[in-house]
Design a protein around this ligand. Sequence first.
Ligand code: SF4
Ligand code: SF4
Length: 388
Amino acid sequence: MQYKEIKKTGDKLSILGYGCMRYPRKNGRIDYERTENQIITAIENGVNYFDTAHMYPGSEETLGKILAKGYREKVKIATKLPIMNINTKEKMDQTFETELERLQTNYIDYYMLHDLTYSEWKHQQSIGVLSFIEDEKKKGRIINIGFSYHGNIINFKKIIEEYDWDFVMLQYNYLDEYYQAGKEGLEYASAQGLGILIMEPLREGMIINKLPNEASKLIENFKIKRTPAEWALRWLWNNPHVDVVISGMSREEDIEENVRIANDVKVNSLTEDEEKLIDNLKEEFKKSIKIDCTACGYCLPCPKGVDIPLAFSALNDKSIFRDIKTTVMYLITTYPNSSASNCTKCGKCEPKCPQHLDIMNNLEEVDSSFEKWYYKILCKIVKAIMFR
Ligand code: SF4
Ligand code: SF4
């Protein structure tokens, strides 16, 4: 494993971080035994940064239970304050206590304000977040403080200027170079000496699972044989400003592949041809993606039951793959309660979207694309065939 020293904190972190959002599951629950094996394998292979959050169901408890078996001091734990649910200083304190308890630890190495926006930054200050951070830092229960971010570059710079942060976590991958804080934000934060942690390196799996056909052909025909995930990770680690790439590994083969690449990759090592390949992949994606939804689900729940990320994913799938399967899947999974046409334009979802998507108008497009006059009839036929 290769390590990078974070200027601001002095820690040597593995360039591969373990994202604890998607543990393997069995019968709808976290598969504890498999998760434990995976986490121990990652530690044995040198991974020393584990990223969880209060909001990931069962994640902190599971990680805490595993690390308590003699691994706590070998790794850095990162977790997050769910500021979207915090309205008082008391709630802040209680939530932090719960996190320490769940993680079976007395301190958090990298603590973040989760999904910070500029308005939320102001709100959290008004209810005492600064004294919370300072007190916990003094007590040694928060070692380093940062924030995770999905907003625009202007507010990103403002937030950085207004506090002495130790690190930031940004959404970044080859599709997001000029999106959200993007490349400019990455370079700006790095210039201040902050640790740069990258989330969504594969854009919620889109870079591997929803590769346009032409992009797949470009990868298959390239002189060096690598998977789409490997190209995406190598592109990130090629960047000297990137410190840790958090990968949500849920399969044994993901860990094996990611560790192999993290052992081998070098900064500024992509050749001109390799960079050109990635530029071409970006172009293919741009041709096909209709809506830049990352399926984070922050817009949910919708009072009318609309499954917004699923609706956008279906529209993107239809645009990329152009097959009937997408329409059939959309019909089966949304009819009748969570269809896009159930939207009454109440507007509750849009302010919650970190990607600032025009959700209501985009849902209209989903509606007109999938829910034509034959929608209900087709749906009944499909369901009758599938569930007879
Ligand atoms: S605007 Fe539509 S999709 Fe959004 S919360 Fe309201 S009903 Fe649901
Ligand atoms: S619409 Fe926005 S908030 Fe909802 S899942 Fe997509 S990106 Fe996330």
